[in-house]
Design a protein around this ligand. Sequence first.
Ligand code: ATP
Ligand code: MG
Length: 391
Amino acid sequence: MVGGGVRDLLLGREPKDFDVATDATPEDVKHVFRNCRLIGRRFRLAHVHFGREIIEVATFRAGHETTSNHAKLDDKSGMLLRDNVYGTIEEDAMRRDFTVNALYYNIEDFSVVDFADGLKDLQAGVLRLLGDPEQRYREDPVRMLRAARFAAKLGFTINPACEKPLLENGDLLDGVPAARLFDELLKLFLGGSALHSFEKLRHFDLFRHLFPETDECLAHEEQGFPITFVTRGLENTDTRICEEKPVTPAFLFAVLLWEPARLRAQKLEAKGESKHDAMMEAGSAAISQQVSRVAIPKRFSLQMREIWNMQHRLEQRGKRALRLLEHPRFRAAYDFLLLRAESGEIDMPLAEWWTLMQEVSEDERVKMAIATGAGGKKRRRRKPRKHSSAE
Ligand code: ATP
Ligand code: MG
């Protein structure tokens, strides 16, 4: 066993999953386990299924250019292009990212095998890259995000030599495929330490390379509002994970991109577009800007837009409120509204009204809807007259 499983067990934490490394080839592994599937094109791995669990079994791999000449690096960026050659356990250890991730638990004699002084760093709570830090970040810039993630999750410090290049090399992330960044962001923000991860990313100036428009909005914040919205949203995600409640990438990304979407919608409304059209257009623009950096699968971006598009409808209330309650995305949209109220963007009584709507009897609910609907109707009737007299 290797990697996070060993690290977390030694720290007395519950491992998220178990990774196994072996000198057996994937084909050998398939021979031993009936319930085994071979996956991966770049590097073949064996997935051994035990009920709903999957144990990933990787053959020892060489790949770090200082220990082998098998790896191929891009001449310009130094990024690792190919590392798909089998190797010895020592080579396998050296291509791993941090010393604390390069510990092996040998089930033959129940010993921990440590080629890189990982145990010492584990005890000291230090993240230290194997090899030359800047070179290792260049080979695979996602390691910068992993540094931030493990520092947040484990409360470890990053060794100074590994910390400095983090602050200087954020633009390496621009070369990482958008789909890989999406996967990595889910690990950063849906792993129970979203708030700390966000703080680390901001501290190392990496957040800007992942969410450029959001970062821009946070820099121009008025009265601390946008940042409290994002941090509350992330805190809320951490709490839900802690309570084992479901969390969705759609809600998370809706929170992270709300500020650019909202500001765009505001501008469009000022130009005379309806709330509905403004939000539709703004949402679509904010997402298409973002996906050039971080891919957001369509099924999630559709849900994000539903959450956003429901916001002005929740604000209007009236008889239509009854139908909104039935909407499959109502609960997410309501949670989102609550966050907006908590961070001071909209009035709290509005959010409280929706809380009450979900608690009262059917009859009460209809009464509440009608009571708010009357005002809405009046406004609608008055509007055209105003317009005609003005024109
Ligand atoms: P967790 O599963 O808790 O997120 P982990 O350390 O197990 O943490 P995985 O992504 O599951 O992380 O990877 C398993 C192991 O593979 C790591 O511990 C590390 O040894 C190695 N590894 C993963 N990603 C990289 C990388 N980008 N560069 C080098 N080694 C890596
Ligand atoms: Mg793991």
